[in-house]
Design a protein. Structure first.
Length: 229
């Protein structure tokens, strides 16, 4: 990517104390097939583990690191990353998840082909804390085929989209930005807001691996009930 030019895709990675999983996440982005015109924006929210050492180990002109000197919370970290994104398309991925090599190859053509589509997503596999696949795919409510259309009513009823499979137009993300304070599941917020103005496209393929472990964000908010308000 030449200085001063905007990348095709921005990957936003909000980081906090997931240093042990972060290399897997970053390698999943760097190893994309066909599409290498991207930037990675990693925002570290004052981690107390080895996250910053891990970030320093990745040297690439497409890789930018933003450091919070004081912990500001997940929402502020996501908002900062999205604010810094310059790509035509934007992906938000947590550092404990990882993309499959064909993620961009399978999704970007749909956004290019259908201007009415604002968000593309797909299926996921489940992995454990060691990166081993424990479930080959989760399946979808759409059956065994691709699907394009308005999903506002359906997404209001249930958040059926797994975050690491999502790529959306930057203007669609920013129309819903910033995330309001206090939301435990900002993914659902974005999915609903984007569905108000854009169609979705579902790709019937596994595009990413979603890691389930004792300390992942969703497990935590279910246990401490911070999502209920």
């Amino acid at each position: 990517m030449n200085p001063g030019t905007s990348p095709l895709v921005s990957f936003v990675v909000p980081c906090y104390n997931y240093g042990r999983y972060l290399p897997d996440c970053l390698r999943g982005i760097f190893n994309q097939e066909e599409h290498q015109d991207f930037e990675i924006i990693a925002v570290d929210d004052a981690s107390t583990d080895d996250t910053r050492e891990v970030l320093r180990a990745f040297i690439d002109p497409r890789f930018r690191v933003i450091l919070h000197e004081k912990n500001q919370g997940h929402i502020a970290t996501v908002n900062r990353g999205l604010k810094e994104a310059r790509g035509k398309y934007v992906v938000r991925v947590d550092p404990d998840d990882r993309h499959r090599p064909g993620f961009l190859k399978e999704t970007l053509p749909k956004l290019e082909q259908y201007p009415e589509v604002g968000l593309v997503f797909g299926d996921v596999a489940i992995i454990d804390e060691h990166g081993n696949i424990t479930r080959e795919r989760c399946g979808s409510e759409f059956g065994d085929c691709d699907r394009k259309g308005n999903e506002l009513t359906r997404i209001l009823e249930k958040n059926y989209i797994c975050a690491p499979t999502v790529v959306a137009r930057r203007e669609a993300w920013m129309a819903a930005w910033p995330v309001p304070d206090g939301l435990a599941f900002n993914d659902w917020y974005f999915n609903v807001m984007l569905a108000r103005r854009h169609e979705y496209y579902y790709v019937n393929k596994v595009l990413a691996d979603y890691r389930v472990h004792p300390m992942n964000h969703h497990s935590k908010v279910v246990l401490d009930r911070t999502d209920e308000t």
